[in-house]
Design a protein around this ligand. Structure first.
Ligand code: ADP
Ligand code: MG
Length: 482
């Protein structure tokens, strides 16, 4: 039934730009301040005040455009979008109307079946944020906090290229990763620094005419974007199948039960009376300005991924995990400056280090050990000075407690060094083989898989400290000699 329909989805993502001050005033944008403490007359739109451009905000917007392979506009004009609402003290929002900063551009997303898909972007424009209505702070009234009013935003608008909740999930995840790489936004959807509205319609499979779209707002996590879309596709499909028609409207999302609910009928563009902003000069983006901004951009995940797979020979999976987080990727590159053991370096970051950070609710940028120290641990294992088990279970935890000590000195203090003394290990081999006479017979009759059992026993008796290579060689030698 449902398969007779296909969904059409376009996303509008608002990214709050992490500048020190607002888009057109010196007010701070620090999150979590007491309500209405970061509001100057400019933010409140008092008569006679004038906006002034925040260059950092424009720099950040351009970075995003370059990262998404957009055409960046040379002459950027601003417009007023007029409407009345309690969270908009000026009565209009400064935005860009017919001259968005960026056009074209696209984002490549990766889906769970391993395929990739290109999502085209319609535009990215600059605008300012509104204040925030708070419906849950007072029993009877809605309160308004204007601290957010005037914060610089960019809005990224996609073409209706998205077909499923999963694709939308991948798209928003990629946008969040990029804004974090570029350091222009913390990408936190719970706190609202990244917000996503989803436009959703359904149509008969293969149709070339789109159905009526519904815009869903208020999803405070990426998985809720997916849930809202999945819900809406089902709702609209069932509505049409039961003979109804979809209303063009704005709907909210209820995270508790995963449903959407009607908020208001959609406004038409001309209701906003867009007109050119008279108080701001256009922003001229010269070739020199573009190059200067480009020069401050970090390497992006796609570039790092190529290098990690091609130059360092990491698997698709390992490279993907590392580049998911910029700090992990950069840390990896530092570790491999000190050791050529690329795969091991990746394993340490995605394994013990990630585990330690998660346990302590830390980010990679807070990690106490230097990349050279991790390289030192890897080298100790590779040169058989310490077993992998001793390294992960004892040495690493001890180092995180005492980040100034060298790995070598901790190995000494805790007595973690591998035992390479052949006569000692040989003694253990003799004991073990004497204890398992039947297994020895079976081994000699061809059951060579038993080698692991003997070596395992030797390791156990040495409390994990026998050098495994020596133990292996000695067990083999004794078994094959008699
Ligand atoms: P509006 O005029 O309502 O703001 P736009 O044409 O500006 O609509 O598109 C807003 C977003 O909705 C874009 O991401 C666009 O790709 C998407 N969109 C447009 N038409 C449809 C549709 N029929 N179904 C789903 N998404 C759509
Ligand atoms: Mg629009």
């Amino acid at each position: 039934m449902e398969t007779q329909f296909e969904a059409v989805i376009g996303l509008e993502i608002h990214v709050q730009l992490q500048t020190k001050s607002k888009a057109f005033s010196a007010d701070s944008i620090e999150y979590g301040a007491l309500p209405n403490t970061q509001v100057s007359p400019i933010s409140l739109g008092h008569p006679g005040t004038l906006p002034i451009h925040n260059k950092a905000a424009i720099d950040n917007a351009i970075k995003m455009g370059l990262a998404l392979n957009c055409d960046v506009r040379r002459v950027n004009r601003y417009a007023r979008k007029n409407y009345f609402y309690a969270d908009l003290p000026k009565g209009y929002q400064i935005t860009q109307f017919d001259t968005p900063l960026c056009n074209n551009g696209s984002v490549r997303i990766k889906l769970s079946d391993g395929t990739t898909k290109n999502i085209r972007l319609t535009r990215i424009h600059m605008e300012e944020d509104t204040g925030k209505s708070m419906h849950d702070q007072d029993l009877n009234d809605t309160l308004v906090d204007y601290n957010r009013a005037g914060t610089a935003l960019i809005e990224v608008v996609t073409e209706p290229d998205i077909k499923t909740g999963e694709e939308a999930y991948a798209f928003v995840t990629e946008i969040r990763r990029l804004v974090r790489y570029l350091d222009i936004c913390d990408g936190n959807m719970e706190e609202g620094s990244l917000r996503c509205d989803a436009n959703i319609s359904v149509m008969r499979k293969g149709s070339t005419t789109f159905g009526t779209k519904v815009e869903v707002k208020n999803m405070n996590s990426i998985s809720n974007v997916k849930r809202a879309i999945d819900f809406e596709i089902k709702r609209q499909t069932e509505l049409i199948l039961s003979g109804g028609t979809v209303d063009g409207e704005t709907r909210g999302f209820n995270g508790l039960n995963g449903s959407t609910f009607s908020m208001r009928k959609k406004e038409a563009v001309n209701d906003y009376r867009y007109f050119p902003e008279p108080d701001l000069p256009p922003t001229i983006v010269t070739e020199e300005y573009l190059s200067a901004v480009r020069a401050t951009m970090p390497e992006l995940p796609a570039t790092l991924y190529s290098r990690f797979t091609e130059s360092y020979g990491l698997s698709d999976y390992d490279a993907s995990v590392l580049v998911d987080d910029k700090h992990s990727a950069l840390y990896f590159e530092e570790v491999v400056k000190h050791t050529p053991k690329y795969k091991q370096a990746s394993n340490w970051i995605s394994g013990p280090i990630r585990g330690y950070l998660n346990e302590n609710a830390l980010g990679m940028d807070d990690f106490c050990l230097k990349p050279a120290q991790i390289a030192e641990i890897i080298e100790l294992i590779e040169s058989n000075k310490i077993s992998h088990t001793a390294a992960t279970q004892q040495l690493f935890p001890a180092m995180t407690q005492n980040a100034d000590a060298s790995a070598e000195s901790i190995v000494g203090t805790l007595g973690l060094a591998n035992i390479t003394d052949t006569s000692f290990i040989d003694g253990l081999v003799q004991t073990v083989l004497a204890e398992f006479p039947e297994k020895v017979t079976e081994y000699r009759a061809g059951k060579v898989g038993l080698l692991g059992l003997f070596v395992g026993e030797v390791m156990k008796r040495s409390k994990g400290k026998a050098d495994p290579k020596t133990a292996n060689a000695l067990v083999k030698a004794v078994l094959e000699q008699d």
